[in-house]
Design a protein around this ligand. Sequence first.
Ligand SMILES: Cc1cc2nc3c(=O)[nH]c(=O)nc-3n(C[C@H](O)[C@H](O)[C@H](O)COP(=O)(O)OP(=O)(O)OC[C@H]3O[C@@H](n4cnc5c(N)ncnc54)[C@H](O)[C@@H]3O)c2cc1C
Length: 412
Amino acid sequence: MMWDVIVIGGGASGLMAAGRAAELGARVLLLEKMGRVGIKLGLTGKGRCNLTNGGDLPSFIESYRHNGKFLHNVFSRFFNDDVTAFFQAQGVPTVEERGRRIFPRSNRAQDVVRALREYASGQGAKINIHAPVLQILAKEGKVRGVRTEIGVVDSKRIILATGGASYPETGSSGDGYKMARDLGHTVQPLHPSLVPLVTAETFVKDLQGLSLKNVRATLFSQGRKLEEEFGEMLFTHFGVSGPIIFTLSGAAVEAMAKGKVEMALDLKPALSIEQVETRLLREFREQSRKQIANIFANLLPRRLGPVFLERAGIPGEMKGGEVRSAERKRLVHLLKDWRLTLLRPRPIEEAIVTAGGVSVKEIHPLTMESRIVPGLYFCGEVIDVDGKTGGYNLQAAFSTGWVAGETAADSL
Ligand SMILES: Cc1cc2nc3c(=O)[nH]c(=O)nc-3n(C[C@H](O)[C@H](O)[C@H](O)COP(=O)(O)OP(=O)(O)OC[C@H]3O[C@@H](n4cnc5c(N)ncnc54)[C@H](O)[C@@H]3O)c2cc1C
């Protein structure tokens, strides 16, 4: 049988593309290599799925580390309000939270998966699972079908929606990059983005699992300030993770490729250095007989205190009244500027998003069609676009999927 459109990959973008193309009358076959569609989508937002963001178009464009402008056209056709209206119509109302992040009101990513799956199959797309695509076939410069484990399936329109190379156990193991390359596309080097970072300091192991709220982290590359973020982070057995680390990780990964990168932690960002010093002076004066370990138990999270004092070289048994000026200054300095040396990101498999991918120069921004192979369309993370946390990656997947499905069907 000859299909009008074949979609490779049943993730966020592929399901949207398949549904939209079928809605417009195309006979659509979606091939998914795993035993079910939307496995990664079901993990998003810690199982809650931050499906988009309430920000305006300019703020969106700025929220991608690479090629945000490329998305301008697709966002003009299908944007965040279209996404929320779409899910509302599929029985998944949404709510907006802090940072304008939008989630399903049910707090269940599985509801988003179900809605997309039902949209695609409800519009008539046929979904085959356990159906890995091995190769896209082309003849005389145009696509003509795909090779699967059980044979060749013909179609003049192929939508490549295989996702990135992160979390490969979800099925997104980077297959699409090779398929695109084999057809002559340039694939920009892949890097982990939104990824935990490994530190040189091994004391982080003692703090594993400790989450710090309302701290500021600033990146320095060879002494030059790069970026800063305020919010929540987490210590792990190898280094640092959590929301602000993910946000900084793109810049950190790029800088680490060039040289030494440090991260300065400000544990008291609401206070100036002078205010921290005044506060410590007062604490030490008022609690001159109390051990400094106990004083710090009220100033820092309980588990952090002992590690912090050790780094400052101050014995915890020292009494408040015994702290000399130089020691107090050391404590103030460490509270405001605790340096960690960043060694490398964790591997791409542990990244939330893959940076790099099929070059946007070779994709038409209005249609998502290849500029090299007519009939080939791209959507989702396989494209060289990567967003910050906050719903930007899924919005990019939904928008590019919608437009790829629409234009593939329109070309019938
Ligand atoms: C833990 C985690 C949490 C995240 N949370 C958020 C969040 O809250 N908000 C947000 O915006 N983004 C989030 N993301 C990122 C977001 O999930 C991805 O950017 C998005 O899923 C990309 O959509 P996609 O359709 O391109 O790829 P995917 O959703 O990864 O889907 C690709 C599909 O293609 C299939 N496939 C691959 N190769 C083949 C092949 N050869 N043949 C057939 N099928 C194939 C895969 O099995 C998979 O089903 C998160 C990512 C992770 C890992």
